[in-house]
Design a protein around this ligand. Structure first.
Ligand SMILES: Cc1cc2nc3c(=O)[nH]c(=O)nc-3n(C[C@H](O)[C@H](O)[C@H](O)COP(=O)(O)OP(=O)(O)OC[C@H]3O[C@@H](n4cnc5c(N)ncnc54)[C@H](O)[C@@H]3O)c2cc1C
Length: 479
């Protein structure tokens, strides 16, 4: 929940910025293992990346198996080189990831209230009044906004009456954390044979349980021998997107708004992207640096991506899990040849990296996006420029910046200063040109690293008009 901008006195135990979870404590299941490059880039501005990368394993190779044979080995080491400071997929289990974020929140003075459920809520034009339940007792809290990050069964979504459009696959899936008798590997092992799909990813931490029923087929499919199983669970997979991500002062974030197959390692990463997108906008509204109209861009930017993601993962899922004759024929006879070709030539790997890593996400149709210079259009992710000592991402923080790759005009510099906007100048270089940036153009960069406004001519009046239209006010602590 997000506090009301006006400081009101609350007599309850839970403050208006309460962060509550009905579980008794942090998760102990690994669930999301793959952390994508775009998530690491978002974390860079918060100073989180180093610890996340140090806590995980870089996934360097994917071993594709068919039956009990390895048919292709895809090298991931160079797929993203030059595109991101993090040109790899990282294996970092969700339980460890959550513990790190909880610790960082505590360091920043924010405590998660465990064992506290959202029981009910009502909203009007000024705020949301929430009923919280803890130890059988109810407490009422009023806040300016409510963020439902409450998973696939989201009570916030149900209470708002938002349809969760899509379906549930018929197949039952299992997931297990296990200690292998075979040597520990930081690679991914995938089997897309005729009997079903299996995937193994590296993880170093443990909990407990057993999986005797599926052990023989999993061992054969993945070419491993399980010594001990720490956690085992069965689950069904849905492909659904909420009709709306916002009603009034209430928002849906993460699985509450979209669900899809875990293949591709996208769910948690997309939820983190949602949270990042909404958080700096709420912060600006809360700090009086923008009016509430910017909050409408959350759904405008994130829901189209969720729709695309769910449609894509659905197509991939139907291909790898489908049992009709055509799908089986393509999977068993055609896919291995394509995968061998990819492994031998590297063909299509960098396009695949751009998609899976979420670097390709853009907000070009957002009301927040305007202009074009070079190949960069308002709404694009700021391209990474790296050459010698120059690294434009290393300069990004958690606020707005105006970038010029070349020479800023004095009028633009004056306008930036009067707006309280940080102007960052970079030399125009071959790397900047290769990344698609235009010499001497101006790029307004949002707190989440997307380019908002672009001007090839450094038109300072246009910048002022854009900022006024969106009622933005810049200050170092506005986000
Ligand atoms: C086997 C498996 C593998 C996966 N692998 C990947 C991967 O590699 N990469 C990836 O990106 N994603 C992956 N995912 C998906 C990822 O785990 C989810 O997308 C992610 O956990 C969603 O996070 P969330 O916070 O939105 O929801 P959840 O993780 O479901 O969290 C919701 C929280 O809300 C709390 N809550 C619910 N109702 C209430 C209430 N009324 N009051 C208070 N609290 C409440 C719950 O206790 C819970 O803690 C995987 C999922 C599975 C199952």
């Amino acid at each position: 929940m997000v506090p009301e901008p006006s400081a009101r006195a609350y007599s309850t135990r839970f403050g208006p910025e309460a962060l509550v979870d009905k579980k008794p404590g942090p998760s102990e299941e690994s669930r999301a293992i793959a952390v994508q490059a775009r998530t690491l880039e978002l974390y860079q501005g918060l100073g989180l990346t180093e610890e996340v990368v140090a806590g995980g394993y870089r996934i360097e190779t994917v071993h594709i198996r068919e039956g009990e044979q390895e048919i292709a080995r895809i090298d991931l080491k160079s797929a993203g080189t030059g595109r991101s400071p993090f040109p790899f997929a990282l294996a970092y289990p969700q339980d460890a990831h959550e513990r790190l974020l909880i610790q960082k929140l505590e360091d920043a003075g924010v405590k998660v209230e465990w064992g506290v459920s959202l029981a009910d809520f009502t909203q009007d034009e000024t705020g949301v009044t929430v009923e919280l339940e803890h130890d059988g007792k109810r407490t009422s809290v009023t806040a300016a906004f409510l963020c439902g990050c409450d998973g696939g069964h989201s009570q916030v979504r149900h209470a708002l009456g938002i349809p969760f459009v899509g379906d549930t696959y018929a197949q039952v899936f299992y997931v297990a954390d296990a200690i292998l008798a075979t040597q520990f590997s930081t690679d991914i092992y995938a089997n897309i044979g005729s009997a079903g799909i299996a995937l193994a990813m590296p993880k170093s931490e443990l909990s407990e349980l057993s999986m005797d029923d599926v052990r023989p087929s999993a061992e054969a499919a993945l070419g491993v021998r399980v010594e001990h199983t720490n956690w085992f669970a069965t689950y069904r997979i849905h492909h659904r997107v909420a009709d709306k991500f916002r009603v009034g002062r209430c928002f849906l974030v993460g699985d509450a708004g979209h669900l899809h197959s875990p293949a591709g390692g996208q769910g948690m990463n997309t939820g983190i992207g949602d949270a990042f997108n909404l958080a700096w906008k709420l912060a600006m509204v809360y700090k009086g640096a923008s009016d509430e109209s910017i909050l409408s861009t959350y759904e405008a930017e994130r829901r189209p991506f969720a729709l695309t993601l769910v449609a894509t993962t659905d197509r991939v899922f139907r291909f790898i899990a489908g049992s009709d004759w055509l799908t089986r024929f393509l999977r068993i006879w055609v896919a291995p040849w394509i995968l061998r070709l990819v492994a031998a030539t590297g063909l299509g790997q960098s396009a695949a990296f751009n998609t899976v890593s979420q670097l390709r996400i853009q907000y070009r149709t957002s009301p927040f996006s305007q202009g074009k210079a070079g190949r960069v259009v308002g709404g694009d992710r700021l391209p990474w420029v790296h050459e010698g000592d120059l690294d434009n991402f290393a300069k990004l923080g958690s606020g707005w910046q105006l970038h010029v790759y070349g020479t800023p005009e004095p009028d633009l510099a004056d306008e930036a200063e009067s707006l309280g906007l940080e102007l960052v100048q970079f030399p125009f270089s071959a790397a900047a040109a290769q990344a698609g940036l235009a010499q001497d153009a101006a790029y307004l960069v949002r707190p989440d690293g997307y380019v908002s406004w672009v001007s090839a001519a450094q038109n300072e009046e246009e910048l002022r008009g854009f900022v006024d239209r969106l009622s933005l006010r810049f200050s170092p602590d506005a986000t």
